[in-house]
Design a protein around this ligand. Sequence first.
Ligand code: SF4
Length: 655
Amino acid sequence: MRYAETGFNLEIDLSTGNIERVETDPRLTELHLGGLGTSTKILWDRVPPEKEPFAPENPLIFSTGLLCGTPATGANRTIVSALSPQTLLMGYSMMGGFFAPELKYAGYDKIIFRGKSPELVYIWIQNDKVEIRDASHLKGIGAVQTAEMIKEELKDPNIQVAAIGLAGENRVFTASIEQGRSSASRLGLGAVMGDKGIKAIAVRGTKDINLARPAEFIQLCNEVLKYIKFRNENPVPNVMTILQGLGSPQEMLHFDEKWHTENFMWGNARTRRKDFWNQEVEKKWRDTQELVRTRLISCYNCPMKCGAIISVPGISTYMMKCFSKLTYTMAAYSDLDFGFRIAQRATEYGVDGFSTPQIMAFAFELKEAGILSDADFEGCPSDNEGKFYWLLDRIVRREGIGDILADGTHWAAQKIGKGAEEYAHNNIKKHEQLPLKLGMLNPVYFLMYATGEKINITQIEGQFPQAPFMTMEERQEFISDWIQVPDDKFKQIVLDWEPRGERSNPYFPTVDMSVDIVDWQEMMHYIDDALGVCAGLSSFPLKPPYHIHNYPKLISAATGIDMDEEGLKQAYRRNRSFLRAFNVRKGLRRADEKPPEDHWKKRFPELEEKLLDAYYKFKGWNSDGIPTKETLENLDLGYVAEDLEKRGIIKNGQD
Ligand code: SF4
């Protein structure tokens, strides 16, 4: 019997209409845990580097995590992966909500799509009954509305639906997959879904998930819940509001946006408005948010309520969770009311709320600079908000200049030329980043930005404070109940870290300390992404309920796999280097590991090189960021080393 996982994947060939329920290899679960780990293995096996993102052979995988569907709080992530049209590397994006547990209850750990459907279809999964259905009546319909229509059509409100909007149908590179209470937004996976002709996946499951040692597992889950309650009642002191608690940053709960609006950049990520926030703005924004926020909502089996139902008078209801509350507002130099209104249209279209506003601000900057012409904007209204609606429509429909912009700022700048590349200044690995521009280089963030393959800093950072505490008392207080640390050396770093002087950024934390910190942060994210646990309860907050000390116990009790801390760390290292090997085979090298030039005003080229050298060495990769043969063999990935060797990427075991 298989525990925690179902032991079956659903394989759907859209070209032939063939549907198969395929038993999986339990040994792979032991090696990679599940979720992102086993999806990387599938992509490695099936996507040779010559394949393009829109090739029929590029599989689109909807994966549950190993703990999804069990009683573990917050174990609800769906990990969507495919080759990304945006970065041409492995694209993976997580969505919360209810989809993954429902898929498990239907009897599947993953859905693997290959091929392409000649017509627009949706997939209807009802336990063992799986159908490919005509979706021609849903063509052009919004993602949220599509879900509603499918539920009505199938006469079951409990069905979970993941759908794309018009952006995905038109293969817009920032297309998201929307899922009612969550979305997989980054890296253009909605475009891959649209390219395959899948409008939506509807799933309803009523089977059970087996647990190896249920009583022990429930006891561990209760401890997690107890800790969540404790932390909610005892916010972490002396850190900014969004880092005090658990969950995603609780943007729907908080009204105080001083930090975001004054520290993040407006427009095309260039302008800081340091005195923007005042009492008048606060009151206006609070009123706006209270007016449209109908109620706070949670994902499956979680008490945190990070999202909210948003009902703006006159337009249909949608869900908002995080920073997209501000991204459109800040890109357009507008106010919160505009942000809530345009986000509704953007959600129905199904676009990434981080990248899309930046693409629009980039386009208007190019127009101001004379790089794009009036002819490119023929018919565009002159008022600020009207301009943004107009351009969003053009991008999603791929009309006129919108067709070029639909590929994101990196590719659009290349096509536009005339110096447009200088304006696509906020990218890493060809993808738009959070619009943050800071003063002094932070060595830990440098490494995370440079080497992260999720291409989204909020999905790489966490665990460790973002800035030093001002006083020794605050530091002592912080470390006093810091049970999550894998090693006490991290406590010492917090004690020694000063806001100014020798023991401050950029030389403190030191190079080796920075590598250690980043490795810890990555470890927790990679484990979460394999288990399907929300980062908001594990890898993102400062003091989360899940950590390296209780995860092995939870995994063992759920799956029956004999897991200890070292075993879990080894699974993380394996998954990390495997994903790196996939991207290396696609061409990723050290030269690509660069945060935007203007991310920090003060840069330290020599130190940055040292940081990268030390990070690669720590991982067992060569100086170009390529895992060595020895490293791969030690991680049971000898066949990966062989492949890289055959292709001439690894030579003499090293270079
Ligand atoms: S912490 Fe928030 S985002 Fe995470 S599962 Fe819970 S409600 Fe969803």
